[in-house]
Design a protein around this ligand. Structure first.
Ligand SMILES: NC(=O)c1ccc[n+]([C@@H]2O[C@H](COP(=O)([O-])OP(=O)(O)OC[C@H]3O[C@@H](n4cnc5c(N)ncnc54)[C@H](OP(=O)(O)O)[C@@H]3O)[C@@H](O)[C@H]2O)c1
Ligand SMILES: *[C@@H]1O[C@H](CO)[C@@H](O)[C@H](O)[C@H]1NC(C)=O
Length: 331
């Protein structure tokens, strides 16, 4: 009985899924605004996902400000972004600052970026870092740093631009979280805590900003081929690698383009690939559906997806227990 119900859900889910894809395809075609003359500020814009985002936005006519600490990386990225511009008047600027630092400096710097390149139309909070390891193995200072950078480094720059966006009646904020904002797995006590935090931030801000025509998008990228990811691989415990193996892998170009499109469409969640989309469905909770059809699809699929989540979780728990037993044998 349970099995038939699930199959029925899958059938309905697939049909509704195709319908959603078809409809949203046409909806998007019509309404995506141009970026000509718009100012986009991207934190973490010198490397990885942020850098790819800047290049994609430049291809669509935006003026770009890149924010990061290392000036050499910023200038190298700015040169690549400059190659992607489509008009002679487009500007590409660099801003070196530490986003784990104090608010006054962040606010002052963002103000000067607005004086130089115009009011910020879109803020992309992409600066962030990973922290991987069992809780007892993490250094206290690293836990503090990742919390400052990933959480305050998102909230404070957003606070610096939100008033202007609301006054102008337009604006887009992207919060780059992670799959680790939906699922807490082995090795990510420090990291998941920060990404769950910015997820809560994005949900609350979305509600505050909506009446003013300002939208908020929460990006949930899968593992993505970036310098940050390569660094993370060096410190990943075996358990963490094994449990996150099935979560999909993408390129910064694909993730960044999807983020930009979803933000322009005013979508709340931005996901890449089926695994991420399903995870966001399971955790849809009190987030707005993109279309009525999406709500319908969620209504029919979430019960089944919950069973799937229980199965996956059990599989992960077994992996962790197996690793523990294996290590004890080796001793
Ligand atoms: N790659 C993945 O697999 C993946 C998956 C899910 C989510 N994400 C999230 O996506 C975002 C970007 O990830 P990524 O892999 O593209 O990162 P990345 O390759 O490590 O690049 C990080 C960027 O942030 C900047 N940054 C780091 N610390 C900073 C600080 N204290 N102040 C200002 N800027 C700082 C870096 O420049 P400087 O070092 O010069 O400051 C760099 O431009 C992060 O929030 C990450 O958590 C990544
Ligand atoms: C931004 O870029 C456009 C071209 O896309 C340009 O005409 C405009 O002057 C730029 N705005 C500022 C404030 O630099």
């Amino acid at each position: 009985m349970l099995c038939c119900l699930s199959l029925q859900n899958v059938g309905l889910g697939v049909i509704a899924g195709f319908a959603v894809m078809l409809i949203s395809h046409f909806v998007r075609r019509k309404s995506r605004p141009s970026l000509n003359g718009k100012h986009i500020l991207i934190t973490g814009g010198s490397l990885g996902i942020g850098r790819s985002f800047a290049i994609e936005a430049a291809k669509r006519g935006a003026n770009i400000t890149l924010v990061a600490r290392n000036m050499n990386n910023l200038q190298a990225a700015a040169a690549d972004v400059q190659k992607a511009v489509i008009g002679p008047d487009q500007k590409v600027a660099c801003l070196s600052m530490d986003l784990s630092g104090n608010f006054e400096e962040i606010q002052k710097n963002i103000k000067s970026a607005e004086e130089e390149n115009g009011p910020i139309f879109m803020l992309v909070n992409c600066a962030g870092t990973s922290l991987c390891g069992k809780l007892e193995d993490l250094k206290d200072d690293d836990i503090k740093y990742v919390t400052h950078l990933n959480v305050l480094g998102t909230i404070l720059p957003t606070k610096a631009v939100i008033t202007g966006m609301k006054e102008r009646g337009e604006g887009k904020v992207i919060v780059v979280a992670s799959q680790a904002a939906l699922i807490g797995v082995y090795g990510f006590c420090g990291y998941s805590a920060t990404k769950f935090a910015v997820r809560g931030f994005a949900e609350a801000l979305r509600m505050e900003a909506k009446p003013y025509g300002v939208t908020v998008t929460l990006a949930l990228p899968p593992d993505t081929d970036t310098p940050g990811f390569a660094e993370e691989q060096k410190h990943k415990p075996e358990e963490c690698r094994l449990v996150s193996e099935e979560a999909g892998f993408s390129t910064p170009e694909v993730v960044a383009t999807k983020m930009l499109d979803d933000a322009l469409d005013g979508k709340f969640y931005s996901t890449v690939g089926l695994e991420c989309a399903l995870a966001s469905y399971i955790c849809a909770g009190f987030t707005p559906p993109f279309t009525a059809l999406e709500a319908f699809l969620q209504f029919f699929s979430i019960g089944f997806l919950r069973l799937f989540a229980v199965y996956i979780l059990d599989k992960m728990d077994r992996i962790v227990t197996d690793c523990k037993n294996k290590k004890e044998k080796q001793k």
